[in-house]
Design a protein around this ligand. Structure first.
Ligand code: ADP
Length: 331
């Protein structure tokens, strides 16, 4: 699935990651707001407010967390919601936090409830009570934590319980990138990779990257392979087009999963309405994968609509698949 990071990508991601706010492409408002938050805290000699970053995968949340730590000259600790299933897991992490550290919690909405409660106490008071033992013999051991900054990342801020969300003094919602910004990202990455790419080659990759820097970088990598093996190593418009066709990324940036979802919706379910779980089973994927990776993009393109009775395909979706929409399309 395109927007999810594979281990292979991680090394590549790391090499292309902007290290400062100035290097970050786009997201002007977030950049300006964040630089104020950080500078003000530094002037006061305090740790900055906790920061919550929300938005779809691959838009730069981890990158921004790293930039925050870098800008503050702070040590970055990385963890994720799924790794924190017990309050004790979090207590162990918190007991290792040093003054001024930045604690990055990816997928923060996937922490367990007891861990969430411990976290918001820690964020508020910089101390928590760690409960040891069970039943009448249980004792609470107070744990003091030096001032630190939590940077939380989530695909949807709405999934976080209110009390936890309220502990974040600064919240930024990252949005999909414009084609021109993605083109700048592709050109920047090509420079870092010592790759010669034409304007229209970079534009072609950008236009099929579905608003997502991680996908832009990944497509660039595929195109680079193609140019190296089948051409002279430089990327022009024809190389970009041929490579992307080979990897089944269509003109609009739809990948195999996106098309499978549309095909199931139109083919097996007559255009819907159909429930998201049924649709996920039909394409052999987890519901979450379809919901978080394919659906937002299909909705954004106006191909799929969510209705109270289920998902439906729009006439544009039928057209994109080259099929005739039924005479009486699902309402
Ligand atoms: P997330 O944490 O939101 O899933 P990442 O921060 O891991 O996303 O970003 C994925 C990759 O996309 C990074 O390696 C980085 O190279 C690139 N990237 C993301 N945002 C930007 C940006 N604003 N400018 C340049 N590159 C970016």
């Amino acid at each position: 699935v395109l927007a999810e990071a594979t281990p292979d990508d991680r090394a590549f991601d790391a090499a292309l990651r902007p290290r400062t706010l100035e290097e970050l492409v786009g997201q002007e408002r977030v950049r300006e707001q964040l630089s104020l938050v950080l500078e003000a805290a530094q002037q006061r000699g305090r740790t900055p407010d906790h920061v919550l970053l929300s938005g779809p995968p691959g838009l730069g949340k981890t990158t921004i967390a790293m930039i925050i730590a870098h800008q503050l000259g702070a040590h970055l600790r990385l963890t994720s919601g799924p790794a924190i299933q017990h309050a004790g897991d979090l207590a162990a992490i918190l007991s290792g936090v040093d003054e001024g550290d930045v604690l990055f919690i990816d997928e923060i909405h996937r922490m367990s409830r007891p861990a969430e409660e411990l976290l918001y106490m820690a964020m508020e008071d910089f101390r928590v009570d760690v409960v040891v033992g069970k039943g009448p013999g249980a004792t609470a051991i107070p744990l003091e934590i030096p001032p630190f900054t939590v940077v939380g990342a989530t695909t949807r801020a709405g999934l976080l319980p209110g009390p936890l969300r309220d502990r974040f003094g600064f919240t930024a919602q990252l949005d999909y990138y414009e084609a021109a910004e993605l083109q700048r990202i592709v050109e920047r990455s090509a420079r870092l990779l010592d790759l010669t790419i034409s304007d229209d080659g970079a534009r072609e990759i950008a236009s099929r990257s579905r608003g997502t820097p991680r996908i832009a970088n990944r497509l660039l990598r595929r195109v680079r392979d193609y140019a190296q093996v089948r051409g002279d190593g430089t990327v022009g418009h024809p190389e970009a087009r041929k490579a992307l066709a080979l990897y089944e990324v269509d003109d609009l940036g739809l990948d195999r999963l996106d098309r499978a979802v549309l095909q199931a919706l139109c083919g097996s379910f007559g255009g819907g309405p159909v429930g998201i779980s049924t649709l996920a089973v039909a394409v052999g994927e987890e519901r979450e994968t379809v919901e978080e990776l394919a659906e937002p993009f299909l909705v954004r393109l106006g191909f799929l609509a969510r209705t109270p009775r289920g998902r439906i395909a729009t006439p544009a979706a039928w057209r994109h698949l080259g099929l005739a929409a039924p005479a009486d399309p699902a309402q």
